[in-house]
Ligand binder design. Structure first.
Ligand code: SF4
Length: 677
């Protein structure tokens, strides 16, 4: 007899609910679930391709020369436990780097960071958040005191003005695009888009700011200046709820629309129109993505956006707010539950003595590492400096996702010991000494945090394929092998969740029982009778003194600009047919061929026709791509999506210059040259 299991799509942070129809232990059908808001995009509908992919890992593997040998779980974990212990003893705990995943459940993230801190004795733990929204976290923490989305996804459809900065919702979060943004537009909302490329949302914009990549701050500072000069500020809000206004006012004075236009190539009139539209409405919301964060000034870019919301009082009320739109299904969890080198679960700083005492007592350990660890963007290349001796990579694919891939692949090849815990044989797994097979979302339980802070429940539908196991179980077994089984006494995801509720007061009220039947609860939710919070910061901001802070920022040019030798700018992003590096999703064949968008004017100068093969070369590497001639990009600018294909991964070209605070690489601006093949 068929059973129906309600669970959550594992692809993006929009968190669509789905019903899996299971017969004879196999998923037969996937359908949208929900009351009135049933939605699954093409990726969600094709979920069976992922669960039943022939590329799934179904047994532990150990390297034997150039190939891998199947071994038992006991053998694999013995090797991992003894090699990690040896390396820890010989070089110290900080010689090992751990990468957790934005696709883990909260329970898995919790147990993973506990293992790294309490068993391995290091804070060298990081996740994909490093290469996406850590700049948002840093900027929001400084200005607002909390790093989550301020309002809910549903409210976006009721807002008057939507400012979309460096974000392509159609391909990143199809539900948000189709159900919120398009619905809002239909109801009469105005849209401002700031993007170097004409995306589908740019086509429906009322004001489109097609900037030169890397010139966000001049435009945003100029908008702030216009809002101040034209007295469009919310004075009462500034007086009662903020600090640092005078410093901001002084900083943005020099950013006239003409000055910003000169740097960004966006007409001054468009900047003025954008500022007026955003500030004059009763309710404006800002959504931003990696077009804002993946720069050497990613933190500054986000601070400049936050300043606009604070100037106009567009935060702390329904249908307004600040929305860092996180990409992967649980990257909000990866960051909030502490798969980061500087925070425990609940964004508690590892340097905070009170947080140290709290977690030591909860976990029953005498000591925890007190210094922030290294980020993945530092400990991965750290192999080549002799500082990193072992890597444990779970649910991430740095051999495709990191910037400057020739350097990263060299590090993966040279590291003394590499463990990969994965669902598929990824490009990163090819470098591993030991591969531990993990199961998919459909084979385990747990919770995810949606992009708008809503916690949702995952229900297991079928048994894990082959010998694969849930990630939490693998970590628990490894901890036992290392003699720390007493710290991980869990029988199920439920037990871990109960400890997580104790560890993080904002999750204390969210029980599995309350999440049944597709129910979502927006954290913070401090007790089981609390309904959760839809609109945050209605009276105070969670900063000392309760006020939000204006953070003045100045323009920092990109680390690399086009020159005579490398005359084009490359910017990167996604397209609708694939999911990140495809680690957990769309099969390679469906992702299509790797391509480079190029403006017709540039194509003509190079004698290129649509579909021609072209070699793109940066100072770090080269790839052959298919030319796609389009006016979506400006002359001089090219665009390529992230691709799994090893030999044409666009990150062979991108540079690893880092934001000094967030340590996020500047994926969005690289100088390249183009050669005919
Ligand atoms: Fe899954 Fe996102 Fe598509 Fe929804 S919009 S079905 S969560 S990929």
């Amino acid at each position: 007899m068929a059973k129906q299991v309600v669970t959550v799509c594992p692809y993006c942070g929009a968190g669509c609910l789905m019903t899996l129809t299971v017969e004879a232990g196999k998923i037969k059908k996937v359908s949208p679930f929900g009351k009135g808001d049933r939605f699954l995009c093409a990726k969600g509908k094709k979920i069976m391709d992922f669960v039943y992919s022939p590329l799934r890992l179904d047994a532990p593997l150990v390297r034997q020369g150039d190939t891998f040998k199947r071994v038992s779980w006991g053998e694999a974990l013995d090797i991992v436990a003894s090699r990690l212990s040896e390396i820890k003893d010989k070089y110290g705990p900080d010689s090992i780097g751990f990468m957790g995943s934005g696709c883990f459940t909260n329970e898995e993230l919790y147990i993973y960071q506990k293992f790294v801190r309490a068993v391995m004795g290091t804070n060298n733990i990081d996740s994909c958040a490093r290469i996406c929204h850590i700049p948002s976290l840093k900027a929001l923490m400084k200005s607002i005191g909390s790093a989550t989305m301020s309002n809910t996804m549903d409210e976006i459809s009721n807002t008057e003005v939507i400012f979309i900065a460096g974000y392509n919702p159609e391909v990143c979060h199809p539900r948000l695009y189709h159900r919120q943004i398009k619905a809002a537009k239909k109801k009469g909302s105005k849209i401002i888009v700031m993007d170097p490329r004409i995306t589908s949302v740019a086509e429906m914009a009322d004001v489109f700011l097609q900037l030169k990549p890397g010139t966000e701050v001049p435009i945003l500072n100029s908008m702030a200046n216009i809002i101040i000069q034209e007295d469009l500020v919310d004075e009462l809000f500034i007086q009662r709820r903020t600090e640092g206004y005078d410093e901001l006012k002084r900083q943005v004075e020099k950013y006239s629309p003409e000055y910003a236009a000169k740097i960004s190539d966006v007409p001054a009139m468009s900047i003025i129109a954008g500022a007026r539209l955003y500030a004059a409405s009763r309710n404006s919301v800002i959504l931003w993505g990696m077009g804002m964060t993946q720069h050497i000034c990613g933190v500054d870019n986000v601070s400049a956006l936050i300043n606009l919301a604070l100037l106009t009082g567009n935060i702390g009320r329904p249908n307004t707010g600040l929305s860092p739109v996180r990409g992967q299904n649980n990257v909000q969890g990866a960051s909030f539950i502490g798969a980061l080198p500087d925070v425990f679960p609940g964004y508690k700083q590892v340097t905070d003595p009170a947080a140290q005492e709290w977690f030591k007592s909860l976990w029953g350990v005498a000591s925890l590492p007190e210094e922030p660890g290294r980020t993945s963007t530092v400990f991965l290349p750290g192999v080549l400096e002799g500082k990193t001796k072992a890597l444990y990579i779970s649910g991430e694919n740095p051999a495709v996702s990191q910037a400057n891939l020739n350097l990263i692949r060299k590090a993966l090849a040279e590291v003394e010991f590499l463990v990969v815990q994965e669902v598929f044989m990824t490009e990163t797994a090819q470098f591993a000494d030991v591969i531990l097979p993990a199961c998919t979302f459909a084979e385990k339980g747990g919770t995810y945090i949606r992009l708008d802070r809503a916690v949702q429940l995952l229900n297991p539908a079928v048994s894990p394929a082959g010998e694969s196991l849930p990630d939490w179980k693998i970590i628990q077994m490894l901890a036992s092998k290392m003699g720390y089984g007493n710290l991980f006494p869990y029988h199920s995801e439920f037990d871990i969740h109960e400890e997580l509720r104790k560890a993080v007061p904002d999750l204390a009220g969210i029980t599995y029982e309350r999440l049944q039947d597709g129910n979502a609860i927006h954290m913070p939710c401090p007790d089981p009778s609390h309904p959760g919070v839809l609109v945050r910061y209605t009276d105070v901001f969670p900063r000392p003194g309760g006020r939000a802070l204006f953070v003045p920022v100045d323009f920092t040019p990109p680390a690399e600009s086009p020159d005579e030798e490398y005359p084009f700018t490359l910017t990167t992003g996604r397209d609708a047919r694939h999911f990140n590096t495809s680690t957990i999703a769309c099969p390679r064949e469906r992702a299509g061929r790797a391509y480079l968008e190029i403006h017709p004017q540039d194509a003509e100068a190079l004698g290129l026709s649509d579909g021609d093969a072209i070699e793109a070369v940066s100072r770090r590497g080269k790839v052959v791509l298919e030319a796609k001639i389009t006016e979506r990009v400006r002359p001089g600018v090219t665009f390529a999506p992230l691709r799994r294909c090893c030999e044409s991964s666009i990150n062979l070209l991108t540079g690893n210059a880092l934001d000094p605070v967030a340590k996020t690489p500047e994926y969005k601006v690289s100088a390249i040259k183009l050669n005919q093949v």
